[in-house]
Write a new protein. Structure first.
Length: 163
């Protein structure tokens, strides 16, 4: 069953449903737009030509998900920005949201630069597609980065270089 509630800060002007649909005060459904990064958004106005961008996932969370700890961000549990089912959304901290799921690995893959570690004891070599991948294997990403920038000579018994 579809349940409608007022959109925060636009009470009486816009309503959002638990199914992720938005309508104006006249009952007309409004289609969301993509913000260019996969998030769905609406530009809402109080009738004074000033528009405010409201993100679908946040409007849903504000209307349907309790936030007793006043957490600042909304996370998509399955990491799919288009899945705005209220069971897929949760309130969270900024730190939690930034570290959630595979975000760091995906970011590392996007900006990855292969690196090589040369063991200082036996000259054996290990390679990773990125510093993030090395971090997932027990190395300190910041320490490796310092080596790559010439700030440090080695980290965890390895000399590091870009491939």
């Amino acid at each position: 069953m579809e349940i409608w509630k007022d959109v925060k800060d636009f009470e009486g002007l816009y309503q959002i449903s638990n199914l992720g649909r938005l309508k104006n005060g006249k009952g007309k459904l409004i289609q969301p737009a993509d913000n260019g990064k996969g998030y769905l958004r609406f530009n809402l106005s109080k009738g004074n030509r000033n528009y405010k961008t409201v993100y679908l996932h946040r409007a849903l969370a504000e209307a349907f998900i309790p936030n007793p700890n006043n957490l600042p961000e909304v996370n998509h549990k399955d990491e799919n920005k288009r899945n705005n089912n209220i069971n897929n959304l949760e309130w969270c901290t900024v730190k939690y949201n930034r570290r959630y799921g595979t975000r760091n690995i995906r970011t590392g893959m996007k900006h990855r630069k292969k690196i090589r570690g040369i063991n200082l004891n036996d000259n054996s070599v290990i390679e990773f597609d990125s510093c993030v991948e090395a971090e997932c294997n027990g190395f300190n990403k910041s320490a490796i980065s310092n080596c790559l920038q010439g700030i440090s000579n080695s980290s965890k018994g390895y000399k590091w270089e870009r491939v």
